[in-house]
Write a protein of this length. Structure first.
Length: 159
């Protein structure tokens, strides 16, 4: 399937379709996240407003079927892509769309922002997917890093 195109978001209306895809993927994953269309759209809009040029969408027959987005962070060893999100509708997975999204995204980030690294967190299922895919691409697992998360009112009580 090579009839898809990677381009910037055509219309903010496409965020509705992308939010539905996001909800389907992540509300039904091993992560057990509780996304709604409204919360997913809010997340996508956040990324879009921060760096609209880095918000790339995969379109198939004029319909959005996936997207990639990142934030830019200056760091001691150069510019980093941070909080990168990539997702592709289940019906279109395994067609090279995520790879093409990454290629376009990375090339743009290198050209425009002189980006050097991408850091992200991921998960994996019983088959170690998608972690195994990222390792195959050359990403390294940094065992010393840990993701922390805390409900702010609970943390405040403990301060």
């Amino acid at each position: 399937m090579k009839n898809f195109r990677i381009e910037n978001l055509r219309s903010e209306n496409d965020l509705d379709s992308l939010a539905e895809i996001y909800v389907d993927l992540y509300s039904n994953s091993v992560l057990k996240e509780k996304w709604t269309k409204a919360t997913a759209k809010s997340l996508l809009m956040y990324f879009y407003k921060q760096y609209p040029d880095l918000f790339l969408v995969a379109y198939y027959e004029q319909n959005p079927v996936g997207a990639i987005m990142s934030l830019i962070k200056p760091w001691c060893d150069g510019t980093h892509l941070e909080d990168t999100e990539v997702f592709v509708d289940r019906k279109y997975q395994k067609n090279g769309i995520a790879s093409e999204l990454y290629k376009e995204h990375f090339n743009l980030a290198i050209r425009k922002y002189d980006a050097k690294f991408m850091e992200a967190h991921t998960y994996f299922d019983d088959n170690r997917y998608p972690l195994k895919w990222y390792e195959k691409l050359g990403f390294e697992i940094i065992d010393d890093w840990k993701i922390i998360s805390g409900e702010l009112n609970t943390v405040l009580k403990n301060l």
